[in-house]
Write a protein of this length. Sequence first.
Length: 603
Amino acid sequence: MSSSRRAFLQSLSRSALVLSLEGVFSLARPLRALAQNQKDTPPRTPPAALGVSFVNVAKESGLNAKTIFGGEHKNTYLLETTGCGVAFYDYDNDGWLDIFVVNGSRLEGFPKGQEPTSHLFKNNRDGTFTDVTDQAGLRRSGWGQGVCVGDYDNDGCDDLFVTYYGKNVLYHNNGNGTFTDVSEKAGVAGKKTRWGTGCAFLDYDRDGHLDLFVANYIALDLATAPVPESGPCLYKGVMVACGPPGLPGDTNILYHNNGDGTFTDVSDSAGITGANGFYGLGVLTADFDNDGWPDIYVANDSTASALFQNKKNGKFADVGMEAGCVLSADGKPQAGMGVSAADYDMDGNLDIVKTNFAGDTPSLYRNRGNWNFEDTTFTAGLGMHTQYLGWGCGFFDMDNDGWPDILVANGHVYPEVEQLKTEAGYAQRKLLYKNLRNGHFADVSEIAGSGISTPYASRGCAFGDFDNDGDLDIVVTTINDYPQLIRCDSRLDNNWIKVKTIGTKSNRSGIGARIRCVTRLPGETKPHSQIDEVRSGGSYISQNDLRVHFGIGKAAQVDLVEIRWPSGQIDTLKDLKPNQLIFVEEGKGLVRTKPFSPKTTKA
């Protein structure tokens, strides 16, 4: 990138901090014009029937705890708007995904003993869940935000980290169904009230111990924060909570794992605090340049996002502006929320999808290699909707055809928008895009079932196969409502394979391991090579299943599974049967398999 272009883009990023609420979010006109100028707009519906449908089975499954977050019809502070994350999390290692739902609070508080708390739901293996929060020792109230999972002490049990407006919490998994709060002892609680949001465990220095990255949003003091009437703070003429522009942003945190159960804050020495941009929300870790070292992407609200390149010496550099993946297609800062990665075009590079505010579109950045991203939002077909406000998101292969699709969970930030007839509403439907295998996506939201089309004020979402039937399901949190458990029902009988990594020299969870799955799909002339990584955190402040899932269509076998571990070890497996979970131990290879029975559980 030329120095003149770099300077121009950096000036755009700096200008975001002084934009008004109206200015930051009124991107619709230039984006619509850009969309209309695209000559390569793909079809909005796929050429054939979808073959899958999605239905919300939360009620019958027993997810019966509301997420309480701020006022239901009016908010005083931005704190009441961000909502909570959620985790698909096999906390007891029984091979069935459990669900951890973060919870929030309200400004007026609650009578003692009646405060909303986070909830852990144990999978009963029959399509239902049981609330085991108290037995597990996880009852905690407050302004909960995000969640991520990883085995920080390499004892074989994945631990749980939850961010708060206040102090963050690290729960050690004791391996017997209970947890111990070790936040203060481990040094990750924080020394003062901060607004933690997205988080992710990663082994940034590849020493075999999981480190921890935490994004922070606003340096908020409720005693001095402006109220809607003080501005007044307006959104399309309606008085709403102030910010984030005009409020002090906060810096992100990188904790180094000392290998003895404690962490050290290395944010300054690692170059994290010196990066441009504030208002961090979604966190994504991925090896974007295929060098074996994890990089970090942060979706920032109301300013340019950040892409931290791992310099392999304990330091990071924000290269997002030069790489071309932190601004809109027309070079403007955006209000980023959630973020996900996948190789959607099968070129061997991990691409990025990011959700943004209403009046904007999601962002799709195609990774062309060598720190060069191309904004393909409009040419790929994701630029047709500006009326929705996106939060949780993810690449996931909904139909197991071997090509990652995209889901975006939507919901407005201000409950006051119900007064406006020009908006899509506070509760909004989701967007589902099918990968057409040619660089384009088709909007199939309206034919994918009530789990997609029914409006909710959605926030965090996570992806995983909770009923072990071989297709990927979705769990979504909402504002002041019950979670959604969106089951995928497929009629396609496509094949798949899942990989559970067990690190030895690398971290025990295998987080950061790059997995390549090679098959021969009918109708394709060359081998079909997919890549993905074992990843902590992601989406909007949420956690996906740590088992890596690959759809393989009608392929009768998996020709090759190759795992490149963070240690540099490469394990190769050949000629595997489909439709099973394989357990791969670093240095040993395949150590166990578990076949799944299609449609074993339907609630």
